[in-house]
Design a protein around this ligand. Structure first.
Ligand code: ADP
Ligand code: ZN
Length: 214
């Protein structure tokens, strides 16, 4: 089974994709993490992508599509994957259709005020990447990761000015992707109206997927 998880920044794509990957035994591929890794290793892709990520813009299609084409060609993708953060433009969705077949698209719908609150209070472990939230998922010791003791930091693009730009990019470029998959009847909506416990939303996602798995 090949799954795409779509949703605005802060919708919980990372959390839910990782839970889906555990439950259905699928490879979890996070475009944002791959790009951030390229940036920190100062590769050619990283050097090209950096200014876009820092300003909250999408990285140009040709860079991301090539990067994902290579990633999806690897053997570990053969038995199914969850895509987290790709496709984000209709161009990317069309390219993906040429690479492989997508079975189902989970759309995470979250109100804008909840997104902004979540993004501004998100903190990430520098060492293991675990995600925390100063409001709803605090670490036991402030500023320190429960899993590994690493330091928690705020992603540069989670600052309010950049968040605004990322939400704008989502509306302009990624919402049409949802339309693209709706026409193909691939979309399962998981819509929340206010902040809910994570486990409750995880269950909604599993229910939506179980409907499509035999
Ligand atoms: P979020 O979904 O919370 O915005 P991500 O970690 O998925 O965070 O993405 C961070 C940044 O990486 C984006 O703002 C964008 O610059 C870049 N990026 C990630 N995925 C893509 C993509 N599919 N196409 C273009 N840019 C991307
Ligand atoms: Zn950690």
């Amino acid at each position: 089974m090949n799954i795409v998880v779509l949703g605005p920044p802060g919708a919980g794509k990372g959390t839910h994709s990782s839970r889906i990957s555990d439950r259905y035994d699928l490879i979890h591929i996070t475009t944002g993490d791959i790009i951030r890794d390229e940036i920190s290793r100062e590769t050619e892709i990283g050097r090209k992508a950096k200014k876009y990520v820092q300003s909250g813009k999408l990285v140009p299609d040709e860079i991301v599509i090539e990067m994902m084409r290579k990633r999806l060609a690897r053997k570990d993708c053969k038995d199914g994957f969850v895509l987290d953060g790709f496709p984000r433009t209709v161009n990317q969705a069309e390219a993906l259709d040429e690479i492989t077949d997508i079975d189902v698209v989970i759309n995470l719908g979250v109100p804008k005020d909840v997104l902004i609150k979540r993004l501004s209070s998100r903190r990430i472990c520098r060492d293991c990447g675990e995600v925390y939230n100063l409001v709803s998922m605090r670490s036991e010791k402030p500023g320190v990761c429960d899993e590994c003791g690493g330091e928690l930091y705020q992603r540069e693009d989670d600052r309010p000015e950049v968040v605004e730009k990322r939400l704008e990019e989502y509306d302009k470029q990624t919402k049409p992707v949802l339309g693209y998959y709706r026409k193909k009847s691939k979309v399962k909506d998981v819509i929340i109206k206010k902040e809910e416990p994570v486990e409750k939303i995880v269950q909604m996602v599993f229910d939506a997927l179980d409907e499509t798995v035999d």
